[in-house]
Ligand binder design. Structure first.
Ligand SMILES: Nc1ncnc2c1ncn2[C@@H]1O[C@H](COP(=O)(O)OP(=O)(O)OP(=O)(O)O)[C@@H](O)[C@H]1O
Length: 243
């Protein structure tokens, strides 16, 4: 197997005595879309945040994180971004009082990442809706448009691996499909994406591989074809229906 673009080993996050995350090994291959699913509180956000070196509160975080074979686990978030890792947090990360164009202009690629960064034309081709809404304030966008803008801003940073935390949250079903299809399109152009999703059904439709988290641990993982009928995944569906 080629060197994973992103790899974590012995990644542990603890709040006081409470283990929020305990992942012996996780790898994302170049050009792979991996879905992370699990119930509320399973540790999905904790995982993507720990990979970027960010955390809510003040947990103890330990373990190794490698990006394209280089150890980044001791670096602060901005330095990990400069190396090519980007996160779109839950709810997106946009400046509400700036226009779409200003939001995009404010996301400048770090030195060294400029070659990988999506330019304006590529972003408009990926999300035509953003071109139409160029001069609208972010606060005036729909939830789906805002999510597209948040992803577009991350692409301006020139990531080689992208972490997406619940991009479908609060979106109408058709928009969920639009956003996740766009993500699939990026992966087909060789971006690597770790996609946290509570919407198991929507994730299954686009990912290559699924990881099921429960109480901070990997309960099951595998190619989507093998996982879609796994009873534990079916249970996650039921959890989703009950949520
Ligand atoms: N600031 C914090 N202080 C204490 N415990 C926390 C904190 N943030 C998260 N946790 C704990 O970490 C665990 C994982 O939470 P996390 O938010 O990662 O789950 P999640 O799978 O992303 O759930 P959700 O879909 O609800 O966001 C939970 O047990 C939670 O209580």
């Amino acid at each position: 197997m080629s060197t994973p673009i992103l790899e974590a080993r012995e990644l542990r996050v603890t709040y006081g005595g409470h283990v929020a995350l305990d992942i012996p090994h996780l790898a994302l291959a170049p050009g792979e879309l991996v879905g992370v699913v699990g119930a509320n509180g399973a540790g999905k956000s904790t995982l993507v945040n720990a990979l970027l070196g960010w955390s809510r509160g003040a947990p103890a975080v330990s373990g190794s994180v490698r990006l394209a074979g280089e150890e980044i686990g001791a670096l602060p978030p901005h330095a990990r971004v400069a190396r090519g890792l980007a996160l779109v947090p839950e709810g997106g990360a946009v400046f509400m009082r700036l226009s779409v164009a200003e939001n995009l202009a404010a996301a400048t690629p770090p030195a060294g990442a400029a070659g990988r960064a999506h330019d304006e034309a590529q972003i408009e081709a990926l999300f035509p809706r953003l071109r139409e809404r160029r001069h609208h304030m972010a606060s005036a966008l729909s939830g789906g448009e805002r999510q597209m803008l948040a992803i577009a801003r991350a692409l301006r940073l020139g990531p080689s691996a992208l972490l997406l935390d619940e991009p479908s949250i609060g979106l109408a079903p058709r928009l969920v499909t639009d956003v996740l299809r766009a993500v699939r399109g990026l992966v087909d152009q060789h971006l690597s994406v770790l996609l946290v999703e509570q919407n198991v059904r929507a994730a299954i439709a686009v990912v290559d591989r699924l990881i099921l988290l429960e109480r901070g641990r990997i309960l099951a993982q595998g190619p989507v074809a093998a996982m879609r009928d796994d009873p534990r995944i079916l249970e996650a569906y039921l959890g989703e229906a009950a949520a």
